[in-house]
Design a protein around this ligand. Structure first.
Ligand SMILES: Nc1ncnc2c1ncn2[C@@H]1O[C@H](COP(=O)(O)OP(=O)(O)O)[C@@H](O)[C@H]1O
Ligand SMILES: [Mg+2]
Length: 214
């Protein structure tokens, strides 16, 4: 279980997250919804250890989450945000090889090939990322995250930029993904279709609804 305990975050004088507490079960698919500027991405970045909360803490499997590079939680994480973290000058293949080696992925060449094939980018494996369209970059960014086999997958509006086929592919990947997922979305239909539970951020606070009864 991943627990958010009393997390608040302010920028300057403005409080964006106000004492958020949330338990996310292992294997649960949680959708976070809310208006533009509500604080969804801020909460997700805190879960991804990219932002430090002003107050509050995270627990993972009952242990305090630490921010050091070797922390167990950090190694379990996969984060897909608005920044693709891809190197524009490198090819699709070399980007995946770089991240795969960095994270010690086993049987790396076979996995890269499988993911590029699955996400329909295999024909572009040797092309530099700078010639990719936004949607192609989003597909590759998704590959980068999934290649590392995260136990906790954090997605910030992952459908952005994907064409129809890309959306269908992502639907099937997420429906078959058995690990924990936290997805920020403003699409209620998608959230209802995929999530076990939906929470809404309004004025810095969380309001929960059970996705199955919506
Ligand atoms: N780095 C930052 N500095 C100052 N304000 C920020 C920063 N990042 C986000 N904000 C503000 O925090 C609020 C929440 O932003 P964000 O979490 O990105 O919202 P959402 O993802 O729900 O659209 C917004 O009012 C935004 O302007
Ligand atoms: Mg956002």
């Amino acid at each position: 279980m991943l627990s958010v305990k009393g997390v608040s975050k302010g920028y300057g004088g403005q409080l964006v997250l106000d004492n958020i507490s949330l338990d996310i079960q292992e294997g649960e698919f949680l959708a976070i919804m809310g208006a533009n500027g509500a604080g969804k991405s801020t909460l997700l970045k805190i879960l991804a250890l990219l932002l430090r909360p002003s107050t509050g803490r995270l627990l993972y499997k009952g242990m305090e989450v630490t921010r050091d590079r070797e922390s167990y939680y950090r190694k379990s994480l996969g984060f897909l945000g608005h920044n693709s973290f891809l190197y524009e000058e490198l090819t699709a293949w070399d980007n995946l090889m770089f991240y795969g080696q960095l994270y010690g992925v086993n049987d790396i060449e076979r996995r890269i090939e499988e993911w590029l094939d699955h996400i329909r980018l295999i024909g572009f494996a040797r092309d530099p990322v700078k010639v990719f369209s936004r949607g192609m970059q989003q597909r590759l960014a998704l590959c980068r995250v999934l290649l590392l086999q995260p136990d906790v997958l954090l997605l910030d509006e992952p459908y952005t930029g994907l064409d129809g086929n890309g959306q269908v592919l992502l639907d099937s990947i997420l429906k078959n993904f058995r690990k924990t997922v936290v997805m920020v979305s403003h699409d209620l239909g998608k959230s209802k279709e995929l999530a076990d539970r939906i929470v809404f951020i309004e004025e810095g606070r969380l309001n929960g609804l059970d996705g199955r009864i919506l």
